[in-house]
Design a protein around this ligand. Sequence first.
Ligand code: SAH
Ligand code: F3S
Length: 484
Amino acid sequence: MSFMEKVIDEKKQGSALAMEPIKENGRKLFIESYGCQMNFSDSEIVASILAKEGFNTTQTLEDADLVLVNTCSIRDKAELTVRKRLEKYNAVKRTNPKMKVGVLGCMAERLKEKFLEEEKIVDLVVGPDAYKDLPNLIEEIDEGRNAVNVILSKEETYGDISPVRLQSNGVSALVSITRGCDNMCTFCVVPFTRGRERSRNPQSILQEVEDLANKGYKEVTLLGQNVDSYLWYGGGLKKDFEKATEMQKATSVGFAQLLEMVTKSQPKMRVRFSTSNPQDMTLDVIETMAKYKNICNHIHLPVQSGSNRILKKMNRLHTREEYFELIDNIKKIIPDCAISQDMITGFPTETEEDHQDTLSLMEYVKYSFGFMFAYSERPGTLAGRKFEDDIPEKIKKRRLQEVIDLQQIHSRHRATQQIGKVVEVLVERESKKSNLHWSGRNSQSSTVIFPKENYKIGDFVNVKINDCTTATLLGEAVGYSDNN
Ligand code: SAH
Ligand code: F3S
């Protein structure tokens, strides 16, 4: 698989989910998700809410009474993918006229009632904070009315809902810790579709992680748009922390503390987190990572551009020099830490010089991998309203290709550095290319492929790396790691 195919595979592909209902009502739900990990995690919450209503899930679209699609608005292309999917539902509805269709997630929030006008197939529009209202909304559509709830919440974190693990390998699970984002990067639609930032009660996070451990899970990924900004002070928006009582402030929990709490509560479990924002990532997080073996040595640290002028225009609140300082600190405290990036090419007014700054920043960091995109103007964002989308598509694409090509060189360089080492791999699944090989990841998030022998999914295995492709390590097992 090429690097870009991998990006598409990980970020864009929808996937249908299946689960058992708690009580039957004879109705079948087909639910699929597009976009970020948060959407996949949210679909597990939705499945849990509807399981309590007796919905039985199906993986066959044609059998569904209710079809839900969890949507992404991050780039124009993500929205087009969903619209194409709606065409498919439309074709199926011709043979199954009773089928109802609902849209969830960021596109629902962005388009609101307009969705009903633009896409006649849609009966139900539900934003990311309104999933608990789904049982009522479904009653509405059952009575023949369209239903919309796109209210954004100050408190909702779904901390009290135990997600149903869908399409899971039983080894690795997503655990959401914050919702929304306050950063207001000028290109980004997320603060508008997911609302203001709020954090989830640490006790409910610890409870969820404990439940996962009891079910045999070996790895959790703590999820948020900006995990370093996690702050629990008894509930409420992050921006209202100033108004908290002295007592609430004194007992508040930040991300480094949460990470330590989770890690100490389950010392055998691997802990990952995503996504970090350079402006909010503090040294205590890196020091906590260094202190505990079970926190994986990988930081996804999007930077978007290497040019100070563009960073400022993007409202990314750090400079190129501050980013380098953070990278230096990471490398000093955790020498073998993998760092990955998100990058945008062709942001309004980006010059060749700005683009060269991006390439030279990449050269400095030599990321292990990355997700790279051409700028896509989003309606309603500050950039969408104030800046002309003035970089021709051809130039955006050419710069994107240069960024991808350089990343491939760096990915291969990082992979090559692993050859000869013995790394601990958590076995996640069979290799896509060979049923004689396992596929898993090491602490740095590199995929490792090795012959199965007698190992099984969920084992921690020490693997000697003998070879690599651009993004994958190839090796052979040398024994169980002491983490089993
Ligand atoms: N903090 C988030 C970022 C979400 S968006 C997280 O948890 O990952 C993921 C990535 O999409 C961003 O880092 C950015 O590189 C890209 N992106 C966001 N808006 C974009 C736009 N308008 N055009 C192109 N890429 C965009
Ligand atoms: Fe978007 Fe920036 Fe938040 S990219 S999700 S506004 S950190």
